[in-house]
Design a binder for this molecule. Structure first.
Ligand code: MTE
Ligand code: MO
Length: 384
């Protein structure tokens, strides 16, 4: 069953869900729904097989309720803040006509992807492996717009403000207002995007305008973007402090209380990979060669090696690894594997970044909100 547009994440939806056997997000029927208010849904690994993630297969992560009145023709983006020399408000048409339009494949991974594996359990959406995608984004560079508006020497951080609504219904409560240091904002690939995979951005992904800063937690890529603030300090908007998108500055024992002043903001995401073909649970034949493939990514860095193992990590085979189509896009890997005898096998995949860091086999560094789980992905195979 699909529900009409506009009810997602509303209490009307919750009411309709009672008595509904299965709820599907229109145009995203294959996603696994984690919560409906706010709406959160992840993508099974085998549905992330495309080099460029189709919009239908891109996860959804909402902290609040998307705006219902969206008109690209009247939408405006205001650039201001303590360290902005010439505060300016742009229509989308003005952004398009004044600045170069560019397109990049950029990974978007929720900082909490993999949270479901942490013990003790971390509160929040229990993402398994599917809060990641690498679709094609089109827009103007943040850098070009900031250059036009002028940065003073004090400029330190770029914060965003958005049009979504707080779950409480309180119009004064900000859902999320995060951002990135100016150095990240000024990178060639940091975008104010108006298209996703060649189409206007759909409502769920931030229509009509969003920030996209690839390689960092998805939460820095503000959807339904209305304002950018050039700050003279680390941005202090909603979900920049406390436990939100922050991890203990020093590693801690699982389950301990961590004081807010001991928490540090997550920046570039760690090296990670997925096996996207075949799906877990195949029945294969002894001795045949089978294709296995997937993607690997490493935040701001590049992946330089990809390995697979069919013996629980006792031996590893080198896989073929492609270059990214552009910086901050995930990289395709592929290999052929054969199984020497009948029985149950797991296929493990592990990426290594260009600083020589590879994925752990077990869940790394417990943290209060369960961020940054980059443990290796594994799938099951039955051989006869
Ligand atoms: N305004 C706004 N921007 C937002 C969010 C949100 O709830 N509101 N969620 C953030 C988080 S936590 C993630 S992981 C990404 C998810 O983007 P997607 O839903 O397009 O996949 O958007 C980010 N931008
Ligand atoms: Mo996120």
């Amino acid at each position: 069953m699909t529900l009409p547009f506009g009810v997602w994440g509303s209490s009307a939806l919750a009411q309709q869900l009672r008595g509904v056997e299965r709820f599907e997000i229109p145009n995203k029927v294959a996603l696994r729904l984690l919560s409906d208010r706010p709406l959160n849904a992840e993508t099974p690994a085998h549905l992330l097989d495309h080099d460029t993630t189709p919009t239908a297969n891109l996860f959804v992560r909402n902290n609040g309720i998307p705006p219902t009145q969206i008109d690209a023709a009247t939408w405006s983006l205001k650039i201001s803040g303590e360290s902005c020399l010439r505060p300016t408000t742009f229509s989308i048409e003005q952004l398009k006509s004044r600045f170069e339009t560019v397109s990049f494949d950029l990974q978007l991974e929720c900082g909490g992807n993999g949270r479901a594996e942490f013990r003790p359990r971390a509160s929040g959406n229990q993402w398994s492996t599917g809060a990641i995608g690498c679709p094609r984004w089109t827009g103007v560079r943040v850098r070009d717009v900031l250059d036009f508006c002028g940065l003073s020497d004090s400029a330190q951080y770029l914060g965003f403000l958005s049009a979504d609504k707080h779950l409480s219904g309180d119009p004064d409560k900000v859902v999320i207002s995060r951002g990135v240091p100016i150095s990240k904002a000024m990178e060639n690939e940091s975008l104010i995007a108006f298209e996703l995979n060649g189409e206007p951005i759909p409502v769920l992904h931030g229509a009509p305008l969003r920030l996209v800063c690839g390689g960092w937690p998805g939460s820095v890529s503000g959807k339904w973007l209305t304002q950018l603030l050039v700050r003279d300090r680390v941005h202090d908007g909603a979900k920049m402090g406390g436990r939100s998108y922050r991890v203990p500055c020093e590693s801690v024992a699982p389950g301990v209380e961590v004081a807010d002043d001991q928490m540090c903001i997550i920046e570039s995401m760690p090296v990670k990979s997925l096996i996207t073909f075949p799906a877990s649970g195949q029945q294969l034949k002894v001795g045949h060669r089978y294709d296995f493939r997937g993607h690997a990514w490493a935040g701001d860095l590049k992946v330089i090696f990809m390995h697979t193992s069919i013996d629980y990590g006792m031996t590893w085979q080198v896989a073929e690894l492609a270059k990214p189509v552009n910086r901050l896009a995930w990289q395709q890997w592929q290999t052929q594997l054969s199984f020497p005898r009948a029985g149950f096998f797991e296929v493990w995949a592990k990426a290594t970044d260009d600083l020589g860091r590879s994925q752990p086999m077990l869940v790394p560094g417990w943290n209060p909100k369960g961020y940054l789980n980059n443990a290796a992905h594994r799938i099951a195979v039955q051989v006869s």
